[in-house]
Design a protein around this ligand. Structure first.
Ligand SMILES: Cc1cc2nc3c(=O)[nH]c(=O)nc-3n(C[C@H](O)[C@H](O)[C@H](O)COP(=O)(O)OP(=O)(O)OC[C@H]3O[C@@H](n4cnc5c(N)ncnc54)[C@H](O)[C@@H]3O)c2cc1C
Length: 399
């Protein structure tokens, strides 16, 4: 049986980062076991293939989960440290006007290539097609059973991700390994994902991308601005992704969209009333040039006014109200398969501030497997790298 000082289960963002950090000092005593036929499959898909690895507008409020643990991790592994490390292995980065940090090449593959180049040259072993199926405590460490055979490790790092994007090897099954060590798993939900909605007043909008502000009924603080992309089963786009991270996981859930957030209600009322008074416009004509035409048709259907009915002040005011608060019933999410990140996971209280398991000595957990999820825009990779850094520091301090 091959023995290692450290075995990392999972060759994703956090696993490859921790391997590189450990490799410098521990080199050939470190191995990565990855279930896929190659490491970093998900990393390659991040940021639409461009690799959005962090965000300059970082703040703790961009994360859900135990705030004490999150702030402790980012104190030990601030963004400057992650970027300096990236630079040290040859990954040069720049940020766009929204603070999103990418490799200058705008290729996620650059990050993967430079990480691999660093840890492979340090002697870290990369073993693929090696799904770990069991972990058992033994004297001085753990025996890992995998599809590539049995391995012994003094220290084990769980960098197994969550349940999102099962096509990348993350289907949530690895949580069973952690359960076998005594851990619990807090309820898992897909986040940064499209939402399914009641399509009654949305059907003809498929493919339309409209700028708006969307919020949850009676929870005006759960509110996001940006693109709303209409799909054949609901809504997607920037604002929807952001909303999905905060929406209460109880469906159906009533939401509203403000399609003209830059106008106050009074200003829009006045605009439409003036237009209605100016000519004998039909009700549809009243809304044309104000909102997307298909949306205009839906608004009129919703308020029970015919498209060819002559517009008047009452119609103008009713339409203005719906444009500023278009009701939409969200009936669920598009699911784990297409979500970018998982809410839930190993509860913070089951890990020390060094991210060591409280149930299994010398077992560490990093990345999305922990019950921490971030906003869209580079925050989840930033968490993966920061938590990996903390684990590497903990192991190196003990070595
Ligand atoms: C399409 C897509 C785009 C994204 N874009 C961005 C972005 O631009 N910016 C951003 O910040 N975040 C993005 N994310 C989220 C980000 O990729 C994840 O949060 C991050 O990769 C999590 O890192 P991780 O190391 O915890 O897990 P992962 O990167 O998911 O890696 C886990 C690895 O463990 C392996 N594994 C699982 N179980 C086992 C087992 N039993 N044995 C062996 N191996 C196992 C898996 O095959 C996988 O390779 C995106 C996600 C997706 C799906």
């Amino acid at each position: 049986m091959n023995s290692y000082k450290v075995i990392i289960i999972g060759g994703g963002a956090s696993g490859l980062f921790v391997a590189t950090m450990l490799g410098k000092k521990l080199g050939g005593q470190v191995a990565i076991l990855e279930r896929n036929d190659r490491v970093g499959k998900k990393l390659l898909a991040t940021g639409n293939g461009q690799g959005n690895i962090g965000n300059e507008n970082f703040s703790l409020s961009c994360y859900r989960g135990d705030q004490e643990l999150i702030s402790s991790v980012f104190e030990k592994a601030p963004q400057s440290k992650i970027l300096a490390f990236m630079q040290s292995i040859g990954v040069l980065t720049s940020a766009d006007d929204r603070g999103r940090i990418y490799p200058i090449s705008r290729q996620a593959s650059s990050v993967l290539e430079m990480l691999r180049s660093a840890y492979l040259s340090q002697g870290v072993k990369e073993i693929v097609n090696a799904e770990v199926t069991a972990i058992n405590k033994t004297q001085g460490g753990y025996i890992l059973s995998s599809k590539a055979g049995e391995f012994f490790a003094q220290n084990v790092i769980f960098a197994v991700g969550g349940k999102s994007g099962n096509g990348f090897g993350t289907d949530g099954s690895a949580f069973e390994l952690l359960r076998s060590l005594g851990h619990s798993v807090s309820p898992l939900f897909p986040s940064l994902v499209a939402l399914k909605a009641d399509m009654t007043f949305l059907k003809n909008l498929k493919g339309a991308r409209i700028e708006g502000k969307i919020w949850v009924d009676k929870k005006p603080n759960i509110c996001e601005k940006g693109d709303v992309l209409f799909t054949d089963s609901g809504i997607s786009g920037d604002s929807t992704f952001k909303l999905s991270a905060r929406i209460p996981q109880k469906f159906p859930c009533k939401c509203y969209i403000d399609f003209l957030p830059s106008f106050t209600q009074e200003a829009l009322d006045e605009l439409l009333v003036v237009k209605a008074k100016a000519h004998r416009f039909t009700s549809l004509e009243l809304l044309i040039s104000v909102v997307h035409k298909q949306l205009a048709k839906n608004i009129l259907r919703m308020i029970g006014v015919g498209e060819n009915t002559p517009s008047d002040v009452a119609v103008a005011v009713k339409c203005a109200k719906v444009i500023k608060g278009f009701p939409i019933t969200v009936v669920g999410t598009a699911g784990f398969g297409v979500s970018q990140v998982t809410k839930g996971g190993i509860p913070a209280k089951e890990a020390s501030m060094n991210l060591e398991s409280k149930f299994a000595h010398s077992v560490y957990i990093c990345g999305e497997a922990l019950d921490v999820d971030g906003d869209c825009g580079g925050y989840n990779l930033q968490w993966a790298f920061a938590s990996a850094t903390v684990v590497a520091q903990s192991i190196l301090q003990r070595s």
